[in-house]
Each structure stands twice: as structure tokens, then as C-alpha cells.
Design a protein around this ligand. Sequence first.
Ligand code: NAP
Length: 329
Amino acid sequence: MVKAKKFILKKQFSGAPKPTDVEIVEEELPPIKDGEFLAEAIYLSVDPYQRVYTQNVGQVMIGLQVAKIIESKLDGYPVGKYVVGHFGWRTHTISKTLTIPFGIIPDFGNLPVSLALGALGMTGNTAYFGFLEICKPQKGETVVVSGAGGAVGSHVGQIAKIIGCKVIGILGDDQKGKYITEELGFDHYINYKKGNVKEELTKYAPVGIDCYFDNVGGDTSTAVISLMNKFGRISVCGCISIYNIGTNNLVNFSPNAGVFIRNELRMEGFMVTRWTERWSEGIEQNLKWIKEDKLKYKETITEGFENIINAFIDMLNGKNTGKAIVKVK
Ligand SMILES: NC(=O)c1ccc[n+]([C@@H]2O[C@H](COP(=O)([O-])OP(=O)(O)OC[C@H]3O[C@@H](n4cnc5c(N)ncnc54)[C@H](OP(=O)(O)O)[C@@H]3O)[C@@H](O)[C@H]2O)c1
């Protein structure tokens, strides 16, 4: 008999999440049946959407994990293989067949299996499809990325550099700014907590902005959009600046209507699952870029299952660079 530990929502999040909003509960798992396998969590993913979509008291905190199969009565899922699954914040899970975008993790060669939660998983595909398919960037264009020091943003900026764009990253920390410019090749960074974003953008993008990959929404996006060129493209990936307020609580969402009309801008939101059928294309291309040393990744790793709530709060407060994950084992 396996005892699983899981984090459940004890109190609905209100404003910034607190450690006391969740609690750890133990659960005895039954023996697995034919057609099932038992997996043990190795890495848990910490993501902004968990703030928005975990809403019901008593529910297990949602989230992706990399888990190792430790018992199996399911063909194609042998003991010892690693899977990526939407199992939530729990140590052990009984599962049936997984379908794309989940399933057995492909061979990454010498790279860590944790990348299935980041650059070689949902994060990487969000950057790959959300940027290329919606912004349709062209060589020589100017691209702005918000949330640029985080998992998706740091990946998007590097793809833009691969294409040959000028790239400006907006983020909230100078250390992260140094990282994206000195190590990842971004041309400039702007610290939204310190400077005037619009003034700095005018300086760094004197001929205007062609593509904007938006992870944050709010005032930052208002400033970026006001400086966009004719036929500019905006990919709306996320709006983390309002996750603690509630994404349905905005009443005045009419961003720069004048500039939209004058410059004939196109703004499109997306869910990465739109490209489920092309999932492996994104993973393979990102893997190829990593192997060619054109794409770098960084993970901010917190040790210990019990610490995931702190890792989550830290990520929402900008303490991570690159992908925030928790190492369980
Ligand atoms: N549409 C989709 O299918 C999809 C899929 C995955 C992710 N997303 C979205 O993509 C965005 C980035 O996700 P991620 O996993 O890569 O997370 P992340 O960027 O690695 O981590 C979140 C970052 O957001 C920044 N942040 C926090 N509060 C902020 C605020 N008030 N204003 C501006 N920035 C703030 C922090 O960095 P600073 O130090 O810069 O403040 C923090 O490190 C999120 O909005 C997420 O919801 C969307």
C-alpha cells in the first residue's frame, strides 16, 4: 500500500497566495489494476496559471509533473520510464494511458528530464507556437517580450534572436536583465519596477515595435502597444500583473484603441493546447536549438515536496529566473 501526499486548497486564494491557503493531506492508494500504472513524482512544475485555475476548496493543487513509473500493469508504460502528466501537487499517482501533450518523455539525450516541464515541454511550446504562429516575426523586425526573465519570456526572446530580430525584454529585476542580455543575447532590457517603460522603449526602439509577446498585461502592455508600428502583431500569452486581482475583474479593457485603428494592429490570445497536434514539432525544434547551442535554458529549482507552496509564492513574486520547478526526489 502506497501513501501519497498531496496539497489541497484549504482556503480560496485572495490576493497574493499564502502558505496557509493550502495543506498537505495523506491518502492511501489502492493496488493498481490492469491498464494502470503507479508513478512517483520527481519534479513538480510551478506555474502562474495555478493561481488562476485552482479555485475549489478541497481540490488538489493543479499542475504538471515529471514522474517515474514504479509499478505498471499497462502495456507501453514500463517501470523505470519517466512520464509527464497533469497529476497535480502530489507525490504518487495512479494513472491510465496518457494522451498528448502528456505521456512518456522522449529521449532528450544527456539533457535533464526536468526539461519536460520547461524548455522541452509546455513552456517551450508556448514560446515556439505562441510567438511564431501569432507574431509571425520577420528578420530585422523589433520584438518586445514582457516577463522576459521567466520561463516562457526568456525562451521567446531567444527564438526572436535566432530569426534575426532586435529584441527588448521587460522584467522586474536587474540581475535577470543582465542574464538575458549578457547570456541569452537580448539587445536591451527594461526594469519595469525602476524605469519609465515607455521612455526607455522609445530610446531602445527608435523605429517602433513590430511584435509584442505579452506575458504580463497591465500598464507595461499599454506602454508597449502605444509604440507599435503599422501592422504590428501582439501575441497575448498571459496577464500575470492581474492574476492576484482576478482576470475577470477588469472593467476598462480598451487598450490604446486609437493606435490599434491608426496602425492596423492585430492582437490575439492563445492557449498552447491549440497546437496539441503539432506538439512533437515544437519539442523537436527546441531540442535541436538547445543541442546547437542556439537556445539556453535556466531552471530555478526548489528542493523538497513540502516547499512547493513557497516556490509558487516566490515565482509569483519574481524570484525565479527561467523555469521554476520543485525537485521532489
Ligand atoms: N497562453 C498559454 O497557453 C500559456 C502557457 C504557459 C504560460 N502562460 C503565461 O505565460 C506567462 C509566463 O509564464 P511562465 O510560466 O513563463 O512564468 P515566469 O515568467 O517564469 O514567472 C512569472 C514571472 O512573472 C513576473 N511577474 C510577477 N508579477 C508581475 C507583475 N505584477 N507584473 C509583471 N510581471 C510580473 C515575475 O518576473 P519579474 O521579475 O519580471 O517581475 C515572475 O518571475 C504567464 O502569464 C502565464 O500565465 C500562458
